[in-house]
Design a protein around this ligand. Structure first.
Ligand code: ZN
Ligand code: ZN
Length: 408
């Protein structure tokens, strides 16, 4: 597909936004009206997992207020994504009119960037969700695209990835235990403020006995992992109940993986066991124990060596280290103060969306399937059709240039 980037201007010469983006609509205005009428359900479909999974793993506290906030949050992020999709696709036409021709960076990248800037203000939690998801995917594509040999060696090495994950985990658990950051991570150390008198063991920070504390983590996290897998499986295979009921159960069983629940159980179980062991060994819990337990339990990554998990740990490591520095440094240099004031998350969100839109069409072999799913659900598969048209034009052109060679 990188071939496409080389001959983009040759294959699109003399073609309009209508030829490439919306041959089904005679004018750009009709295309705008058409997408405005049809794209809404796609965004709601994309966020179904966000609607279904959090209440399933929450495990209690289902008040009317919770449901109201949760459902309104889902409706709002879906609607804003719909606005973003319409603006992105309409900007393609506007930029074509502006330049009088199709432009390589202004076809996907810039419309993606600008549409993310135009989207109505997202609540911070949703901005983070979208921003970090896209940032992680961008990192994945950049690493795959990189020509540095050492990076490619590291990318393929599971051992290196595990060692890096262990180091990230050590740092994350250390700052969480120090209580200098307030961020999401897979698990948390027992809070230092717990009233020790309540617990059977006065050496550890947690309530209840050590075996009960460890077992509680293992089974709750295994159950949460299993629930996520089952919900994901149901959402992707649910349509088979109507279409092909015979295939539903076998395919659902196949879709539910055990690696995620096993990883979660092992990560939490080993962290808690090691923390308890260290506390008993040294007589009482110490702040440094979380770092060592975080490091060792990070080896659980071997059970679920997924790119998404790795990039999640990397971004959390960076974010938490920054927040820890911000909250603990007594005197901060000027650049750090300025950086703190800049709307970093919003900029990351815009750049990552622009980058990933561009990558989806021009480097699609490097783009993760989730990127294609997001964009295609929200654009009613228009972006997929744009990509196919470009590839078809490219093949046509190479057949014209080399008539003797059979086209592949
Ligand atoms: Zn147009
Ligand atoms: Zn304990």
């Amino acid at each position: 597909m990188s071939e496409l980037s080389k001959c983009f201007y040759q294959v699109t010469a003399g073609r309009s936004c209508r030829d490439l983006c919306h041959p089904e609509y005679a004018t750009c205005w009709r295309s705008f009206v058409g997408i405005t009428k049809t794209l809404l359900p796609g965004s709601y479909k994309l966020y179904l997992t966000l609607l279904v999974i959090p209440p399933l793993v929450k495990g209690g506290g289902y008040t009317a207020e919770y449901w109201k906030t949760h459902i309104l949050g889902y409706a709002s992020i879906s609607f804003k994504t719909y606005i973003q999709a319409i603006s992105g696709l309409t900007l393609q036409c506007l930029f074509y009119k502006l330049f009088g021709r199709l432009h390589y960076y202004w076809l996907m990248g810039v419309p993606g960037f600008v549409s993310a800037a135009l989207v109505p203000k997202l609540p911070r939690v949703h901005l983070r969700l979208q921003g970090i998801t896209y940032f992680n995917m961008m990192l994945e594509v950049m690493i795959r695209k990189s020509e540095w040999r050492w990076l490619q060696v590291l990318r393929r090495s599971r051992l290196w990835a595990t060692v890096a994950f262990m180091l990230f985990s050590a740092r994350i658990m250390h700052v969480l235990r120090a209580d200098t950051v307030n961020q999401f991570w897979i698990m948390y150390p027992a809070p230092a403020t717990t009233d020790r008198a309540k617990g059977c063991s006065s050496t550890c920070l947690h309530d209840a006995s050590c075996p009960a504390y460890i077992f509680d983590g293992v089974w709750k996290y295994a159950l949460a992992g299993f629930t996520i897998e089952a919900a994901r499986g149901l959402l992707s295979k649910g349509a088979l109940v109507y279409g092909a009921p015979g295939r539903f159960w076998p395919e659902l069983r196949q879709a539910i993986g055990l690696a995620l629940p096993l990883f979660l159980a092992a990560y939490v179980g080993s962290f808690r066991s090691i923390s308890c062991w260290l506390a008993h060994r040294t007589g009482r819990e110490r702040a440094g124990h979380a770092r060592l337990a975080g490091l060792l339990s990070g080896a659980s990554y071997l059970i679920y060596p997924k790119y998404q998990l790795f990039t999640l740990a990397l971004t959390k490591f960076l974010e938490m280290s920054w927040e820890h520095y911000h909250n603990t440094a007594k005197v901060r240099p000027r650049w750090a103060v300025l950086l703190q004031r800049a709307p970093i998350l919003r900029l990351v969100h815009m750049c990552a969306i622009g980058y990933m839109y561009h990558a989806l069409v021009f480097h699609s072999h490097l783009s993760p399937p989730f990127n294609a799913k997001c964009v295609n659900y929200c654009s009613g598969y228009r972006v997929e059709r744009i990509k196919r048209r470009l590839v078809a034009w490219m093949l046509e052109r190479s057949a014209r240039l080399n008539p003797a060679q059979p086209s592949t």
